[in-house]
Design a protein around this ligand. Structure first.
Ligand code: UTP
Length: 294
């Protein structure tokens, strides 16, 4: 069994309707938190977790993502001629970050469908799936926490988070039992079942799947076998449920704070908290917030 996870798929072909009109001509993944696009936070998390290759699934109107991670000769030339060495190294750092390749999802037919687009690029090895609108601030990168579980069990792992009961209908929700560790319940779960966007009151728990996954390559067969589900889309949760029939799946309640930056309020919270943590901005921003006398 191959335990080394080298590749990550970044589905980024969604329409971002919750953020219209900002996302009419600009990919949601390029919205900046302070001064860095959402997708760059997720790329950095992947690099710090040991990922070597990233495959971004893009769609129409997403070329800004490709440009962001590409070399920008004009800009680099200008910064260099003006001796702006610090900015130059920031700009070059982005394009030198990691191997990134792109694959197209022609129509936004769901997260499962987006992941399936990367089948040929992944081949027969385990891989990560990262949704970059879930921004996770943690000491140990969230993906690394999941990889540690994968490397121990050799089975698929999803990131879990407790959500209030009135929000379960917005997520994939698991029915899961805690895995005991030295006789004590841990933050690791063995998944028994899962349901995408359960109707209010019918969720099997308040443990929601959020945008980080480690998957074994059998998931592609499962995606190919399921029918469109919630919203008429091929749902990754439905494929995971299919995979559960003959493969174990674990869920980890990870350590860290997750922001749903694809949602307006989540995005605002992330912006404020990230800005407060910045060494170059935090103090001044804090002083400013105090003047608002909320
Ligand atoms: P979301 O559920 O956030 O959908 O997708 P969305 O279209 O991006 O945004 P809203 O809900 O309309 O505002 C979760 C992730 O799956 C990707 C998205 O790009 C996002 O990273 N996705 C979704 C695809 O790549 N393709 C799809 O067909 C659907």
């Amino acid at each position: 069994m191959n335990l080394k996870v080298r590749k990550a798929v970044f589905p980024a072909a969604g329409l971002g309707t919750r953020f219209l009109p900002a996302t009419k001509a600009m990919p949601k993944e390029m919205l900046p938190l302070v001064d860095k696009p959402l997708i760059q936070y997720a790329v950095e998390e992947s690099i710090h977790s040991g990922i070597q290759n990233i495959y971004i699934v893009t769609g129409r109107g997403k070329s800004a993502i490709e440009d962001h991670f590409d070399v920008s000769f004009e800009l680099e030339h200008l910064l260099s001629s003006r001796k702006k060495t610090e900015l130059l190294s920031i700009v070059q750092g982005v394009s030198d970050m990691i191997n990134i390749a792109y694959v197209r999802q022609k129509e936004a037919l769901g997260l499962g469908h987006a992941v399936l687009r990367a089948k040929e690029l992944i081949g027969d090895e385990p891989f990560a799936v990262v949704l970059s609108d879930d921004v996770i601030d943690s000491e140990i990168p969230c993906l690394r926490q999941l990889l540690d579980v994968y490397e121990f069990y050799g089975a698929s792992v999803v990131a879990l988070m407790e959500v209030p009961p009135d929000q379960t209908s917005s997520y994939g929700i698991v029915d899961a039992e805690p895995v005991e560790h030295n006789g004590a319940k841990s933050s690791l779960y063995r998944v028994r079942n899962m349901v995408e966007k359960p109707k209010p009151g019918s969720a099997p728990s308040n443990l929601a799947i959020i945008g980080r996954y480690i998957l074994t390559p059998e998931i592609f067969k499962s995606i190919e076998q399921i029918e469109p589900g919630a919203g008429g889309e091929l749902q990754l949760t439905d494929a995971l449920k299919h995979l559960l029939r003959n493969r174990p799946i674990y869920g980890l309640k990870f350590e860290g704070t997750r922001y749903d930056a694809g949602d307006k309020l989540g995005f605002l919270k992330a912006t404020v908290e990230m800005a407060l943590k910045r060494r170059d901005l935090g103090t001044a921003f804090h002083e400013y917030l105090k003047t608002l006398k909320l």
